[in-house]
Design a protein around this ligand. Sequence first.
Ligand SMILES: CC(C)(COP(=O)(O)OP(=O)(O)OC[C@H]1O[C@@H](n2cnc3c(N)ncnc32)[C@H](O)[C@@H]1OP(=O)(O)O)[C@@H](O)C(=O)NCCC(=O)NCCS
Length: 144
Amino acid sequence: MIRHATAGDIPRIVRIESQSFKDPYSPLLLMNLLSLYPTGFLLAETHQGILGYTILRIIGGKGHIIGLATDEKVRGKGVGSQLLKKALEYFKTRSAQGAWLEVRVSNKSAQKFYEKRGFQPLRIIKGYYGDREDALLLYHSLSP
Ligand SMILES: CC(C)(COP(=O)(O)OP(=O)(O)OC[C@H]1O[C@@H](n2cnc3c(N)ncnc32)[C@H](O)[C@@H]1OP(=O)(O)O)[C@@H](O)C(=O)NCCC(=O)NCCS
């Protein structure tokens, strides 16, 4: 099941964030993102609990995936694909012309995940991350 996040979900999201990223978002930043994008903050949940999340916003007519991650214990079981499918639906129903996201240039598994699902590399953003690593910008057209 995919549902909207609430403030009570933040501690669980923080745990998935810290398993997933070198520079995880803080609880405060996640709370701010939830208040800015309440309809775009989505969770994948089963009887096992919250297994993943994505944070979405639309800016300039295009969808931005601010973050997407799944619990390391359930990776490779389709949760990430479900969240990404929902993200693209979210953007399409709001008439976004495309979707984009940034990923670390070293994060080859995530690049493969997105490229297999229709995203294409657009450009490098030099020194994008806190540790100065470059980001690869991936883009998926949603135009009919
Ligand atoms: C990228 C990510 C969201 C994918 O989530 P997921 O739940 O593993 O996604 P899925 O199970 O739908 O698909 C993962 C793919 O990796 C393969 N896979 C197999 N075992 C895996 C494992 N142990 N871990 C990761 N992927 C695995 C799957 O078969 C699938 O392959 P496919 O692309 O050929 O279909 C997840 O790996 C993650 O949270 N990574 C850390 C955070 C991150 O890098 N986010 C992206 C930048 S925003």
